[in-house]
Design a protein around this ligand. Structure first.
Ligand code: HEC
Ligand code: HEC
Ligand code: HEC
Ligand code: HEC
Ligand code: HEC
Ligand code: HEC
Ligand code: HEC
Ligand code: HEC
Length: 309
């Protein structure tokens, strides 16, 4: 007979609380002394398969630290390139390691900053799978979309004290994101029109679609500077799956100022002009080159209204 999960639940939270084992089991780090592997997780076969394989090293990954303060969270024991290579894609030397001046090694502690209590049900739900950070009025307002999660840290005056931004100047998007997102950037607010000179979008995207930060920035690993995705499967979440899963590589060219391969994932001008027939280098075309290949000059975060990002 499997033990019934009284307090943990995939519909709520898997984290153990002080009522664990009627209080007698809280604070204990050695799970093996009371639980037998064979009996666990009968109602969740997918979880059972991998936990049975990876054993007691995994428990804190899903059920938390059980009040045993010195216990480390364990995520990488499963979420590694060998066992779960696509969930998430973690290739590339740059990661969102909370320090843009270095490439720190990835640790499970970094994962739980953003995913404090994931329920591992195979579905990514921002309300459950992303850590709730307080907004500028010190309130846990639910996220309207994924961008808001990023903006709870990437702002000027209400950063999270334990993860404040120290290596970025005041015009850097790491600090300016909240202003730009509301005021200028074309992608964060739905203000695009289909009558621009080079207009046209690929399947899955339309003018007035909110584009998320993570459509362009990879949290879990990229070869590109600024954590720009290096593979279509790491972002562009709404893109038609036959394009997204092909997959298309994204390389930044010419000293990182030409990111046409990123833009061409979603943009594909309807009426070809301005060099729109030119292959960006990854097999996709449809963006203009008549203004030169230094795209940053006109299209960067916080650029003037007409162009922007
Ligand atoms: C001292 C014995 C003991 C230890 C050590 C122990 N547990 Fe438990 N655990 C229990 C008991 C007793 C229950 C409740 C069983 C029941 O309700 O029938 C339980 C229930 C659970 C549940 C189900 C949730 C719930 O609240 O009913 C989970 C999940 C769990 N334990 C995980 C762990 C993990 C992870 C560890 C190691 C960090 C651990 N346990 C260590 C005794 C223990
Ligand atoms: C990948 C996530 C994950 C890991 C790792 C994990 N569990 Fe669980 N555990 C779950 C889920 C999901 C449930 C089912 C909750 C529900 O019923 O909705 C569960 C339930 C339980 C229960 C309650 C009844 C049951 O289904 O067995 C116990 C006890 C338990 N886990 C102990 C452990 C122990 C001990 C470990 C380490 C060997 C562990 N778990 C590792 C996800 C995990
Ligand atoms: C800076 C915040 C942040 C950090 C750090 C982070 N993640 Fe994520 N994670 C996200 C966001 C946002 C998403 C949703 C967008 C996406 O899939 O990239 C996500 C999605 C995921 C998914 C779902 C992927 C899918 O395709 O369904 C998994 C699994 C995951 N993260 C695991 C991890 C693990 C493991 C770590 C530690 C190595 C980690 N994350 C570190 C923010 C983060
Ligand atoms: C025992 C292996 C195991 C461990 C340890 C583990 N996970 Fe998972 N995780 C899974 C499985 C299995 C899934 C579901 C994958 C699927 O069904 O596509 C998952 C899914 C996820 C997702 C996607 C959202 C969801 O609800 O499915 C996130 C985010 C995630 N894990 C983060 C973490 C973090 C953070 C840790 C460490 C605190 C962690 N995982 C520890 C096995 C594990
Ligand atoms: C808990 C706070 C926090 C959250 C949430 C967060 N970040 Fe960050 N982010 C940081 C910190 C801290 C840095 C490093 C700044 C520094 O070095 O001073 C950073 C750096 C970055 C960088 C620059 C990295 C580099 O190496 O160049 C990007 C891009 C970024 N974040 C994007 C995002 C996106 C997109 C999200 C949402 C999915 C997000 N961040 C969520 C705190 C956060
Ligand atoms: C000298 C400034 C300048 C440079 C450099 C520049 N662009 Fe543009 N781009 C513009 C202007 C202006 C528009 C808007 C035209 C309009 O709204 O009618 C535009 C529009 C776009 C659009 C949006 C099309 C739409 O309406 O959906 C994309 C995508 C784009 N540019 C990609 C690029 C790429 C890729 C590069 C680098 C290879 C680049 N641009 C370089 C000025 C520039
Ligand atoms: C993940 C898909 C995606 C990627 C990648 C992407 N865009 Fe966009 N872009 C969109 C969508 C969707 C809109 C319309 C948003 C709206 O209505 O506010 C848009 C709008 C724009 C606009 C405003 C057009 C208008 O009519 O006002 C410009 C300029 C633009 N993008 C430039 C770029 C550049 C430059 C790149 C590469 C750095 C890029 N985009 C990458 C999806 C994307
Ligand atoms: C359409 C794609 C796209 C979207 C959406 C997007 N970015 Fe960016 N981001 C870029 C590009 C391209 C650059 C490099 C050019 C620049 O600096 O503006 C960049 C640069 C950055 C940088 C500076 C990194 C460095 O190395 O200094 C940060 C931080 C950042 N973005 C955060 C965000 C946040 C937070 C969001 C969501 C609110 C977001 N971005 C949404 C494409 C995007």
């Amino acid at each position: 007979m499997p033990i019934h999960a009284k307090t943990v639940s995939q519909n709520g939270s898997l984290l153990l609380t002080p009522s664990h084992g009627n209080g007698s089991a809280w604070g204990k780090a050695n799970c093996q002394s009371c639980h037998s592997m064979r009996r666990l997780h009968q109602s969740v076969p997918k979880i059972k398969t991998i936990v049975d394989k990876k054993k007691f090293a995994t428990c804190t990954g899903c059920h938390g630290y059980n009040g045993a303060k010195q216990t480390e969270p364990q995520c990488l024991v499963c979420h590694n390139p060998k066992d779960m290579p696509k969930n998430p894609f973690r290739t590339g030397k740059h990661r969102h390691d909370f320090d843009s001046s270095k490439d720190l090694p990835t640790t499970s502690r970094q994962c739980v900053v953003c995913h404090a209590a994931s329920n591992m049900n195979g579905k990514f739900e921002p309300a459950i799978d992303l850590t709730m950070f307080k907004d500028k009025s010190d309130t846990e307002t639910p996220y309207e979309n994924q961008n808001e999660f990023c903006l709870r840290c990437h702002n000027r005056n209400h950063q999270q004290t334990k993860y404040s931004i120290i290596h970025a100047g005041s015009r850097n998007e790491a600090i300016a994101a909240e202003d730009n997102y509301r005021a200028i950037d074309k992608h964060g607010l739905t203000q695009g029109t289909s009558d621009g000179l080079y207009n046209g979008l690929r399947g899955g995207y339309n003018y007035k679609t909110v584009v998320d930060c993570v459509d362009c920035h990879a949290m879990h690993g990229s070869e590109n500077k600024g954590l720009i995705i290096d593979d279509s499967r790491k972002g562009a979440f709404l893109l038609d799956s036959n394009i997204r899963n092909k997959p298309y590589a994204v390389k930044l060219l010419e000293a990182d100022t030409n990111y046409s391969q990123l833009c061409a994932l979603c943009h594909d001008m309807k009426t070809i002009s301005g060099g729109g027939e030119t292959d960006t280098g990854n097999g996709l075309s449809g963006v203009h080159f008549n203004d030169g290949s230094d795209c940053v000059r006109c299209h960067s975060h916080g650029e003037q209204e007409q162009k922007g990002l």
